[in-house]
Design a protein. Structure first.
Length: 293
């Protein structure tokens, strides 16, 4: 059993199975299957031995765990059939424990138990600071343990109040979701959103427009009326007038000395310093204009 199990682990790595699956299989072999069957050859293991294993383990682990062990033993015997290490698969001929619906029912905390857990005194270390937020997020989102540990700030969409499940953290590494449907987006309750904001930024207000702009506030836009004029702008807004020495604009507000405008309307347009300079250049460097017919 030990040699066949080691060969199966190599096959799992060759097939590209997840690290978590390979480590779980190695743990079941090392702690359960190999100690029970010992150095017994695969060809000498009978269905009675498989049923005896089930009876012994019923008092030690859950039925779901026993079924997982039997699935692993089934894979080992299937490999033994291909390698001619055995003639039959005794797991197929043995009776397996039946899982009832009540044994697979999800167990969860009610509202009172959750509030008692969140009100507990957590250690003042780095892990204790995140425990309360972690438990609250787990209770109000239903995420798996690896999905919770794999959450990053880029996966939390505060404006949309959604959490994206991208790469769970299992067995010391980030990986792909458990199944195709596990890559999903989960709604984020307002209470969880406030707690996450408070833990990250030290406040729970929702004045930001995006998660990356904490202190940025939306600019107040002034909408101009249909007719543009001096009376249409707010009275507190400064009126810009062109400086006579440069082309830059300087504000003119009440209390400042009045400044004469260097611009005056003429028959050909606005009489500005730039326009006068251009007219003088055309007059000195160009010939007289031809008469229009």
């Amino acid at each position: 059993m030990a040699e066949a199990g080691a060969e199966l682990l190599l096959r799992l790595e060759l097939k590209g199975r997840k690290k978590s699956h390979r480590l779980t299989a190695a743990s079941d072999l090392r702690n359960h299957l190999v100690p029970f069957f010992g150095a017994k050859e695969l060809a000498r293991i009978t269905p009675d031995d498989i049923e005896r294993y089930v009876r012994v383990k019923r008092d030690q682990v859950a039925l779901k765990t026993i079924r997982n062990h039997l699935n692993l033993a089934h894979s080992i015997f299937e490999l033994g059939l291909r390698k001619n290490w055995c003639l039959t698969n005794p797991v197929k001929r043995a009776d397996r424990p039946v899982l009832r619906a009540t044994e697979t029912r999800i167990k969860f905390l009610d509202q009172r138990e959750l509030e008692q857990l969140l009100a507990s005194d957590f250690p003042p270390d780095a892990f204790g600071k995140v425990e309360r937020v972690l438990y609250l997020t787990a209770a109000m989102t239903g995420l798996r343990q690896g999905e919770l540990l794999g959450l990053r700030w880029r996966d939390v969409d505060f404006p949309a109040r959604r959490v994206r499940i991208v790469s769970p953290y299992v067995r010391g590494e980030f990986g792909d979701p458990k199944s195709t449907g596990s890559a999903r987006s989960v709604p984020l309750a307002q209470r969880v959103s406030d707690e996450l904001r408070l833990w990250r930024w030290g406040r729970s207000t929702t004045t930001t427009t995006t998660s990356c702009s904490r202190t940025r506030k939306p600019a107040r836009r002034w909408t101009a009326p249909s007719s543009f004029g001096a009376s249409s702008k707010p009275s507190s807004a400064p009126v810009c007038a062109a400086s006579p020495s440069t082309s830059s604009a300087t504000p003119s507000v009440p209390g400042w000395p009045p400044r004469a405008s260097p611009c005056a309307p003429s028959s050909t347009g606005w009489d500005t310093p730039t326009a006068r300079r251009r007219r003088s250049t055309r007059t000195t460097s160009r010939p007289a204009a031809r008469p229009t017919w």
